[in-house]
Structures are given as structure tokens and as C-alpha cells.
Design a protein around this ligand. Structure first.
Ligand code: NAD
Length: 254
């Protein structure tokens, strides 16, 4: 009976960053919960793999190869859906440089993908929901980086802090339309983003994270997908403007 609140049958979700990591795990879980899932990403091959995983699980998926920094592409993909109930704006990139090394183009690129990409997806999704009179749930992807000082991560941390502010502002503006808006701020999750730099420093950082975690492990994409499912579903029907922190009990290790 309690699980009925997590049943998404008849709902439609739009998920960015669905070709990899957290976005892929979320797309598969949301489809398993019964929703039709529109998967968006720049990575066409990865999207095909996600679509295959959803089909294997008996779900329905549509793929949209697009760049989230292009509002027109996002709008066309969102408008192609019959209805929209859920957005999970997950696509993001990592960038490392100290404040003194940061170049204008680095800041512009990270803000474009990690902030504007989420802003555009929220704006276009909310516009579609309001026009259809559909209540909905918008889920943004922040980071544990917003809670700590992060040497070497200026651009990333600034963009994620902006996502938190966007989430709170949107929640206050969209509540009267029965649209809930919440952010997830994951801790260290093992995905291609964190595994990409297979260096001694990376391994040290991950080991330090495991030592600091009361749970003595880093996260897996599935840990965040379950947070996405919770915020997408009626189980979180009275939750809006919140930042959910699935981080194993610690903030980022830097
Ligand atoms: P990932 O690299 O596995 O996945 C990111 C996806 O975003 C990729 O499929 C990539 O192709 C897509 N993408 C990147 N730029 C895009 C663009 N311009 N348009 C469309 N798609 C684009 O990384 P992940 O770890 O799954 O990260 C997902 C989100 O979670 C990101 O926003 C990230 O900042 C956030 N996050 C991750 C961690 C972690 O430890 N992995 C921690 C906190 C927050």
C-alpha cells in the first residue's frame, strides 16, 4: 500500500544527462516505476545504451540527442512529449582550476552547462506544465560542493551554488501552480565523472572520503536515483524548496 505513492504509471519524465552515471540510473529507475521517460544527452551512443536498459526492464523510453546549453533544442524535445510530470535536470560537467588559474572561457562553459542548462530545462518544463495545468516535480542536481570550501573547484562550486538558489526561488514561484522544485546535493558518487581521472590523487581523495563517511563507502548512481524517485513521486508531495543531501553522512572531502 505504501509503495503506491512511488508508482509513476501514467506519468512522463524528462531526464537530462541520461547517457551516463546518475542520469542513466535515474532514467532506468523512473521507467521501472512506470513512467514514460524522455532521455536527453549530448552522447548519442550512451543514450542508446540507456534506452536499451529501459527496454530490457520493460519500460518506455524516447531519446533526444541535444546540448542542454541550447534552449531551442530543449524546448523542442520537451514539447515532443505528450505530457510532462517530472523533470530531473542532471546533466553536468566537472572542471578543476584554482581561482587564480581560472580563465573566462572555463567559467563561461561550466556556468553554461551546470547552471544555464538546468535553468533552461526548468523554465521550459514549467512552461509546459503550467500550459497543460499539470502538477509536477522539478528536480535539480546540485552537489555537496555547495557546503564546503573547495580548493580547485571554483567554477563547479559557483555553478552548483547558483542551482541551489534557482531551486529555492523556483519553488517559491511555482508552488501556486502545484509544481514542486527540489535539489539533490550528492556526496562522492562513483560515476564516469569521478572515475575519469584515474590518478593517485583521485584514489587518495576517494579513500579519504570513505574514511570520513560514517557508512564507510562512497555512493553509487543507484543511491542518487532513489533520491530522484522519491522527489519525483507522490511520496514527497509536501516537499518543496528543499536540498536533499545523500552523501553518506559527510560533505565533500576537500
Ligand atoms: P557523468 O559524467 O557520468 O554524467 C554526466 C552526463 O551529462 C553525461 O552523460 C554527459 O554526456 C552529459 N552532459 C554533459 N554536458 C552536457 C550538455 N552540454 N548537454 C547534454 N548533456 C550533457 O556524471 P555524473 O556523476 O553522473 O553527474 C551527474 C550530475 O551529478 C552532474 O550534474 C554532477 O555535477 C552531479 N554530481 C555528481 C557527483 C559525483 O560524485 N559523481 C557529486 C555531486 C554532484
Amino acid at each position: 500500500m505504501a509503495l503506491k505513492a512511488y508508482d509513476l504509471t501514467g506519468r512522463t519524465a524528462f531526464i537530462t544527462g541520461a547517457a551516463s552515471g546518475i542520469g542513466r540510473a535515474s532514467a532506468v529507475l523512473i521507467a521501472e516505476a512506470g513512467a514514460t521517460v524522455h532521455c536527453a544527452d549530448v552522447d548519442e551512443k550512451g543514450l542508446d545504451e540507456t534506452r536499451g536498459l529501459i527496454a530490457d526492464a520493460g519500460g518506455i523510453a524516447h531519446a533526444h540527442t541535444l546540448d542542454v546549453t541550447d534552449r531551442a533544442q530543449l524546448r523542442a524535445a520537451i514539447d515532443s512529449a505528450d505530457r510532462l510530470d517530472i523533470l530531473a535536470a542532471v546533466a553536468g560537467i566537472m572542471h578543476s582550476s584554482t581561482v587564480l588559474e581560472t580563465r573566462d572561457e572555463d567559467l563561461d562553459r561550466v556556468l553554461a552547462v551546470n547552471f544555464k542548462g538546468i535553468l533552461y530545462a526548468c523554465q521550459e518544463s514549467a512552461r509546459a506544465m503550467i500550459a497543460a495545468g499539470t502538477p509536477g516535480s522539478l528536480i535539480t542536481m546540485a552537489s555537496g560542493a555547495v557546503d564546503a570550501a573547495n580548493p580547485g573547484l571554483l567554477c563547479y562550486s559557483v555553478a552548483k551554488a547558483a542551482v541551489v538558489q534557482l531551486t529555492k526561488t523556483l519553488a517559491s514561484e511555482l508552488g501556486p501552480h502545484s509544481i514542486r522544485v527540489n535539489a539533490i546535493a550528492p556526496g562522492w558518487i562513483r560515476t564516469p565523472m569521478t572515475d575519469r581521472h584515474d590518478t593517485a590523487l583521485q584514489h587518495q581523495a576517494e579513500a579519504a572520503m570513505i574514511r570520513k563517511s560514517p557508512l564507510r563507502r562512497v555512493g553509487e548512481p543507484q543511491d542518487i536515483a532513489h533520491a530522484v524517485l522519491h522527489l519525483a513521486s507522490d511520496a514527497s508531495g509536501f516537499t518543496t524548496g528543499q536540498i536533499l543531501r545523500p552523501n553518506g553522512g559527510v560533505a565533500m572531502p576537500w
